[in-house]
Write a protein that binds this ligand. Sequence first.
Ligand code: SAM
Length: 245
Amino acid sequence: MKLDIVTIFPEYFAPLEISLLGKARRAGLLDVHVHDLRGWTHDRHRTVDDTPYGGGPGMVMKPEPWGEALDAIAPPGSAPRLVIPTPSGRPFTQALAGEYAAEPWLLFACGRYEGIDSRVAEEARARMPVDEVSLGDFVLAGGEVAVLVMVEAVGRLLPGVLGNADSVADDSFAPGAMESLLEGPVYTKPPVWRDRAVPDVLLSGHHGAIARWRRDEALRRTARHRPELLPRLASSVLDEHDRRV
Ligand code: SAM
């Protein structure tokens, strides 16, 4: 998968060199290019922002450098999926991460200040798919951290990136049985630690009982932390036992 990232702070993306994603890059599974937006400015101060029309506090990112950056990275005839992080976008979810993982090429545009002049997304939409995407109901200082989050969520779904591909299927929010569910508690050795024992069922070796316990715990945890998710559980993935939990 090819990833292009445009930002005024390329150094924010140093973490993409390490851990899982660093390995994926070295293995040729992820081809990442980070671009400095200021490379598409033409004044002495390399200006990327200006005052907002209509007044108000803060600054807005100018359309010209963004237009030139998008033209250079995605020339006519090429069409990456453009992802613009913004608190006013559609929510980023595991389902959307899965969609992105199936794309051959993603282009991320990191906003700063009060965001990017709206005409940039409007104009780009005429020649490529554009998603405005929010990480949640809070406001970050810039799009860089949002893009790091999305790249990590997408990158770990790419075939060959995780050692054990099955672990993705058991994750919270994974499509299928875990959709709209939070994963329950997990344990490792030793079996007793500070007088706290691992639940007996996990030591039983009884795969059916373990699967049932995990599902019950997932349902309980979802009810406790995210009750609004429960009505979204498709009736096709609920059995009689689920309904009693
Ligand atoms: N004035 C904007 C608003 O209220 O919607 C907030 C701008 S924010 C200070 C600057 C940049 O941070 C945004 O353009 C976006 O790139 C990024 N950002 C902030 N919060 C975000 C969120 N929840 N999800 C995705 N990106 C976010």
